[in-house]
Design a protein around this ligand. Structure first.
Ligand code: ZN
Length: 435
């Protein structure tokens, strides 16, 4: 049996570390391409040995083309007195992501055509992008825009949009088999914490925890720009993708929301059952969502030509919390405690996947006599990692070569870890064997 909790990870300390990484990455202006992404990958690369890939502009990836690379040095709006009223250096959400360069003076009406606000939350700055349509613009609070007087405004964006490359990071933790578990997060959002940075921080910690463990599956960690990144990876690794047996898109794992699991397109994949099982035994409240073709990179992994068993495990889900895609998705929204809880749930799911095997009862004709093997009435069911007699009986009854340990846990409505512990004891007693 594989026990990923054997080293007793100190989750509260790991929660602090994840939050520190988020705080370090927060000020960087990321996009789907450019130096902000590279800088981000470099920082992650200090924690885990990430391989960085660069895919040139113009590369065809299925129906898409790798876009020109965007970089930005500065952006601001000044009024006629030379006062800087919007400043990218104060918050990188102020600039429309992928803005083309501009330097001109405009009146208020023309300026407003290029301003984006959020009237429902008039103090917050929205996050807006224009990747595939050339445009320039600024994002600001609705209150600030409403107070702008008639004036002549100088708008200045020092950006470049030119041939370069798309960057992404990849790290493989090898296991006993070439069958893979995919963990994927997007790295293309600028100063946004729950949507983007929490996933990066959790995946980085998870990769560190799994490194050096004796594992059954190989674990592929992808740090990619949203949509174009997963399309690019799939286009370059079409054959490789067939090795993916289970996968999760890691997003929005740092806020206080209840856990939410969005199922894979298949709906009944082992990963779907595994996450549902862990959440139902570990949390009083959680949400299950059927697959829908929107959201994050699961859209690409679950496109019909791949149909990979990839779901998405988050706290609040895509677009369903007020701070989503605004300046309020900041380091205060995500908390070490929530990150730590999320990491622990992820590790439990992985521990389940690692141990979900089919065993064969070596004494299938009537129950074996457990008492003479010291297994009956000798164990209590109080310790959380322990098992009870019912677990032993369920495992013995269903290890007929047709049921995996997850099947048994589901059918007996028993937490997987108890079933696993019971199977471990029966293996040690010679009453079970590998299929
Ligand atoms: Zn987003």
């Amino acid at each position: 049996m594989i026990d990923l909790f054997a080293t007793r990870p100190e989750f509260s300390k790991l929660g602090q570390q994840m939050h520190s990484l988020i705080t370090e990455l927060y000020p960087i202006c990321r996009s789907i391409t450019g130096n902000g992404v590279r800088q981000t990958l470099e920082i992650i690369g200090k924690e885990i040995p990430l391989i960085r890939h660069e895919v040139p502009t113009g590369t065809r990836v299925f129906d898409w083309t790798v876009p020109r690379e965007w970089n930005i040095n500065d952006a601001w709006v000044e009024n006629s007195r030379g006062e800087r009223i919007i400043d990218f250096r104060k918050n990188n959400l102020h600039v429309l992501n992928y803005s083309i360069p501009v330097d001109k003076t405009v009146d208020l009406a023309e300026l407003k055509e290029h301003l984006f606000t959020l009237p429902e939350h008039p103090d917050w700055i929205p996050y807006r992008t224009s990747y595939y349509r050339e445009n320039w613009g600024f994002c600001l609070s609705h209150n600030q825009m409403a107070a702008l007087p008639e004036d002549r405004y100088r708008v200045f964006i020092d950006s470049t949009l030119s041939d370069g490359s798309l960057s992404y990071g990849e790290y493989l933790v090898p296991g006993e088999t070439e069958e893979e578990v995919l963990l994927s997060c997007h790295i293309c959002h600028p100063s946004l914490c729950n949507d983007n940075l929490s996933g990066i921080a959790l995946m980085t910690q998870l990769a560190r925890l799994l490194t050096g463990e004796k594992l059954r599956y190989s674990y592929r960690f992808l740090f990619i720009p949203g949509t174009i990144g997963s399309i690019t990876w799939l286009a370059r690794n079409e054959a490789q993708a067939r090795r993916i047996k289970h996968g999760l898109v890691v997003v929005c794992v740092g806020d206080s929301g209840p856990f939410t699991y969005k199922k894979s397109r298949r709906g009944d994949a082992v990963i779907d059952r595994a996450v549902q099982h862990i959440l139902s035994h570990e949390r009083d409240r959680f949400e299950l969502i059927e697959f829908y073709p929107y959201g994050y990179d699961e859209r690409q992994y679950c496109s019909p030509g791949f149909n990979l068993p990839v779901g998405s495990l988050s706290r609040s889900s895509h677009g369903c919390y007020p701070e989503y895609h605004t300046s309020a998705d900041n380091p205060e929204l995500v908390k070490p405690q929530y990150l730590a809880e999320s990491l622990e749930i992820y590790l439990q799911v992985i521990d389940l996947l690692e141990n979900d095997r089919v065993y064969l009862n070596q004494n299938p004709k009537c129950e074996p006599q457990l008492g003479k093997r010291g297994l009956y009435r000798s164990v209590g069911a109080t310790a959380i990692d322990d098992f009870d007699e019912m677990s032993l009986l369920w495992v013995l009854n269903l290890t007929d070569g047709k049921h995996s340990l997850l099947d048994i846990a589901e059918r007996s409505n028993t937490p997987f870890k108890k079933i696993k512990a019971a199977a471990g004891a029966l293996l040690a007693a010679g009453l079970l064997n590998h299929e």
